[in-house]
Design a protein around this ligand. Sequence first.
Ligand code: SF4
Length: 351
Amino acid sequence: MTLKIGIPRALYYHKFYPIWHTFFTELGAEVVLSQLSDKNILKQGSDATVDEFCLPIKVFFGHVNTLLKRCDLLFIPRLISTEDETYYCPKFFGLPDMVRVAFNDAAPILEPTFNVKGEGITVEETFVDLGRSILKGKRESIAAYKKAVEKQSGFQSMVNDGMIPTEAYKILFHPSASNKLPPSPPFNSPLGKGGYSGVKGGGKGGGMKIALIGHPYNIYDSFVSMNIIKKLMERNIRLMTKEMFSDDIIKEEMKKLRRPVYWASGREIVGAANHLLYSTEVDGIIFIGAFQCGPDSLLKTLIEKEAQRNSRTPLLTLSFDEHSGEAGLITRLEAFLDMLAIRKRRGIAAS
Ligand code: SF4
């Protein structure tokens, strides 16, 4: 019988699904993915957690709940560090334990620990251990890992070329849903990034360029972000996100700080935002954070301080929680876009 492994469509699904999915399917397992986030999933997650948790974690718990009876094993990695310089937010360190407690051990969990910085165990070794825990041999697991890395690199190349990760996922995993994708117009960026717009012509944005900066699970989960990508695309705005940046640019930006940011996603967020604040890449930056997020409160302050210094690019910061309303988001977006349009008419715009 085929082993069914459940992957919640939340948190780092939005970054690492290509490597996870390919590894398991190459080893003969079936991946069961939870449905798209919605109100019902959030309700299930809120019921299973405490009020103080951030919105993305509540949504994650909702996804876990929907998978409990649909799979043999839940895949919930303990992400501590996957590179030498950074750590993940502490919530990721204890995620499998929190799930076990919240759901009374309702399903067995596959919980590899990724801790390159602390324990010096490479990502490949962790995947080999992961293969062992589903009774696969070392050689088989290494072969599956290599295929998985290829898939992840392919995904990253698509994003580096300017494709929004959600669109890249459609092409890689749901090709029938991507038939109607419009062509990606060139962004003409010195970074060599594409920037993706889903809507041709018209629209209030008039072809403006905006960077959406934040954790992938806040930006690419359309329920959490209240469909901000679609809202901007419908206004004919071309988008850039932090995943499109090369690591060299992020490293350069970190060197300018008194102390580099040591959260994995935070490093990319601050690096990308600080770079764009002083460049002509985009007309505006929108930072999206979660209301009860400790790291975000610091990241937001760092970016806002930089923006107040001498930057040339306007910044809008948004914080979402489960009570955020769509009307409030639209009002703030419209006001920001109006302000950018006025700047553009006056000749202060991205090149
Ligand atoms: S970084 Fe913030 S939003 Fe992400 S899991 Fe940690 S507390 Fe939640």
